[in-house]
Design a protein around this ligand. Sequence first.
Ligand code: HEC
Length: 174
Amino acid sequence: MTIAIKNINGLFLLSILVGLPTIALAHKNHAHHHEEKQVEATPGAAKALAEQLAKINDSYKRDVKPIFQRSCFDCHSQSPNLPWYNSLPLVHDLLDGDMKEAKEHLDFSNDYPFQGHGSPKEDLEAIGDSVRDKSMPPFRYRIMHWNSALTKEEREAILKWTDEGQKLLAEPSH
Ligand code: HEC
């Protein structure tokens, strides 16, 4: 027992030393495990859900991820490539909190389903809302990263994806 706990601590320390990619990997496995757990009672439903999520992830990677990489990843992913202006002291102070907090809400690092506090369906809803009310990316970020604002076409592509995904997840699993 003691040895097992020690090993877990060691592994955790190692993850910190090796850096974020290891932690991201661990999270990925967690997320998948979590999904399976929710529908443990009916293996057929678990399979149907996994297929729906995989389908939503396919269209995410094709239609939405390139947009998110440009406009959202600085804050919502474990990306080690911080923008150059983040090294300017004032900008750093302004955005540092955002970058830490954003991932707790929603982490795009390992594709869909995303990590964060929401369920796969809630995440689609929240993303749709943020695109509709134009609250993301935050204004203070857009003024420094002018290229991050979403165009009309990009907003439409994201909303098409969130709407279709929500519809798919609303279907009864069989
Ligand atoms: C400058 C950093 C920053 C960028 C860039 C950014 N966000 Fe955020 N985002 C945040 C922060 C901070 C929060 C948490 C606080 C809040 O809700 O305002 C958040 C919260 C969210 C939430 C709410 C999550 C929840 O369920 O609580 C959604 C959805 C979201 N962001 C989507 C996006 C999308 C989509 C993009 C790109 C188009 C984007 N964000 C770009 C910082 C950012």
